[in-house]
Each structure stands twice: as structure tokens, then as C-alpha cells.
Ligand binder design. Structure first.
Ligand code: DQA
Length: 155
């Protein structure tokens, strides 16, 4: 197992600042703090291997600026929920492509089981893979998958 902690940034896009309160029937009742609680209580091994930062913004440009900063800072991995920009933002897709930081795209809801427009995805092609439909647990599973991948490429 590689030594040291991976530096990982969790990015949330628009309307994801109030997870747990926004449409709980669709997105669940747990907030982002639950991600940290699950990591500490149920996934101590995973938790010990990552150095986690979190960022949320509603604006496309702010998210892109933060991702460019992550590239400058040599952040090793990302878990990103682009929110509605998933379906509309070529700019965000372009950014994820050029910064080329290994990342997992996550969604609280299963975007393929919802309205047709949510099946259009301009960001996922840049990702290692997508985890959707498990509420806040999608982020934990995303982190697990990301660390598995980072270990694999270090071997
Ligand atoms: C979402 C799904 C998107 O379609 C939606 O616009 C969101 C949240 C999710 O996490 O399920 O804002 O990304």
C-alpha cells in the first residue's frame, strides 16, 4: 500500500450548498457532514488514507477557478458533483479534461431514472466513472473508488 495520504478535493456545484434540506425526497435528508461521519465511523481505514478538502459554489466560473487551483496545488484526486452543470456545461467538461486530475463523478440521485434532460451529460466522459443514486453515500463510495484507482496506478 502506498505511503502517505492522498490529497483529495470534494467539489459540489450549484444548489448543492443545502444538501439534506433541498428536496429531501429526491436528494435525501443527510447533509455533507454525514459524509465525514460515515468516513470516521464506518470507514476509518479509508478516512486515514485521505486528506480531504471541500468546496461548493453555485457559479460555473468559480468552480472552474477552484479546479484550476487544484491543478496548481497538485491535488491528487477529485470527487465532483457538478449538479445541473453536468447536463449543460461544456466549459466544466473542458476544464476537467485539461486539468486531467483523476476523478469520480457522483450524484445524490440516479440521474438516469429522472427527466430526459438529466441523461445528457457533458462531464462524465472525463471521469474514471460515475456513482449515482445513493444520497450522501455516493460521495463515500466515490472516495473509495478513487483511492482504489490511485493505489492501482501507483503499483
Ligand atoms: C444532482 C442531479 C442533477 O441533475 C441536479 O441538477 C442536481 C443534483 C444529484 O446529485 O443528484 O443539482 O447532481
Amino acid at each position: 500500500m502506498p505511503e502517505g495520504k492522498y490529497s483529495i478535493l470534494v467539489v459540489n456545484g450549484p444548489n448543492l450548498g443545502y444538501i439534506g434540506q433541498r428536496h429531501p425526497g429526491t436528494y435525501g435528508t443527510q447533509g455533507m457532514d454525514a459524509m465525514h461521519t460515515i468516513l470516521e465511523k464506518d470507514r476509518p481505514g479509508l478516512s486515514a488514507r485521505i486528506h480531504l478538502s471541500r468546496f461548493q459554489a453555485n457559479g460555473e466560473g468559480e468552480i472552474i477557478d477552484r479546479l484550476e487551483q487544484a491543478w496548481k496545488d497538485k491535488v491528487q484526486g477529485l470527487v465532483i458533483n457538478p449538479g445541473a452543470y453536468t447536463h449543460t456545461s461544456l466549459a466544466l467538461g473542458d476544464c476537467l479534461a485539461w486539468i486531467n486530475i483523476p476523478h469520480v463523478e457522483v450524484h445524490l440521485s440516479n440521474i438516469w431514472s429522472r427527466e430526459e434532460i438529466r441523461r445528457q451529460n457533458l462531464t462524465a466522459a472525463q471521469s474514471l466513472g460515475v456513482i449515482a443514486g445513493f444520497g450522501v453515500m455516493s460521495y463515500v463510495l466515490g472516495l473509495e473508488a478513487l483511492v482504489w484507482h490511485l493505489d492501482k496506478i501507483q503499483d
